[in-house]
Design a protein around this ligand. Sequence first.
Ligand SMILES: [Zn+2]
Length: 394
Amino acid sequence: MLMRTGDPEMAREINRSLILSYLRNVDKTHRAEIAKKLHLTKATVTTIINQLIQENLVKVLGEGEAQKIGGRKPVLITLDNLKNLIIGIDIGKTNTVVAIGDLNGKLVKLSRKATVKDPTVNNVIKNISDILKNMIEETKTDRERIVGVGVSAAGIVNGKKGVVELSPDFNWKNVPLKNLLASELNYPAVIDNCTRVMMLGEKWYGNAKKVSNAFFVNIGYGIGSAIIIDGKIYYNHSEFGHLYVTGKKVKCYCKKYGCLEVVASGNAIEKIANRILNKTGKGWITAENVVMMARDGNNTANKIFMDAGKYIGRSISSVANFLNPEKIIIGGGVSLAGELLLNPIIEEFQKQTMEIIKGNTSVELSKLGMDAGVLGAMALGLNHFVFQPEKNKV
Ligand SMILES: [Zn+2]
């Protein structure tokens, strides 16, 4: 889309976003510095800052040192972090995580609870509402300060419409989750697919900070992916888990054979482990159990991760050859296996990736672990309601 530069209202909104984003990345600053850094006139900056002060988004700290002898002392300003709070919600198959963060995205409180056993839309929403009410009471949070709610949901999510079009985890179809949550919680809401939200978490808090091009792989029960290109999340749905990687005749739920997901996801790891390690057939070996067995020196358990890692390494090598991102980040529950998974990924990646690409694409484990989703949900909410309101996306 072309930028409508002739529209003064639009220009003001864009400048406001630029100033807020700039403030987010510095401890304190003053009007002249903002004008200089963002190439705006002092008058424009002053008008916008005065409005942000009125809206309680910015506060005055006091006077700083004069820039030159005899010059006027600048008025130092900063984001008014605690006057504005955001709620992040990560609705996972196993856990529901709710967090309160400040305007700068700093975590104030996090609560992780089991997702309801019978995940109907009503039950899931009621559970979230209960968790949030308790948190607000415990932390004595002023409800008026909450600017909105960012939500991470699994499956095919249309963030613009606020609809979960398909959730295989919960067996949901076309659920208008954004509106349902907004009316239950009494705050405006924004939702998106969990892997894109985790990528945003990596961008704000994790390995993708200061990175313009990155690829994120979410290895949980399934395998999802998200991409940042030129600093922006690529919005189209990407299905890295369904790349063709093996001639093995294992059928995927997508009705095709040989997908990465059937040989390397948490689900695949559990199925393989129960087939070859569960001699008695009693109980169920979880992916976590396989990690512990491998760490205890069980060669078969170790081989399961070697194989999964090999297939993931092969697939990300295709992505690297194709996109040459600065970073490929491996996250999600299965990434908690750490080097058990990372070592074979890197070994295969080194083998299969072009020399010229290898040098500038690094492959890393996420440092955010299971918090990537909820942190990303806070970032999603802050981006949407404060820093880059949807109307500014040009
Ligand atoms: Zn598939």
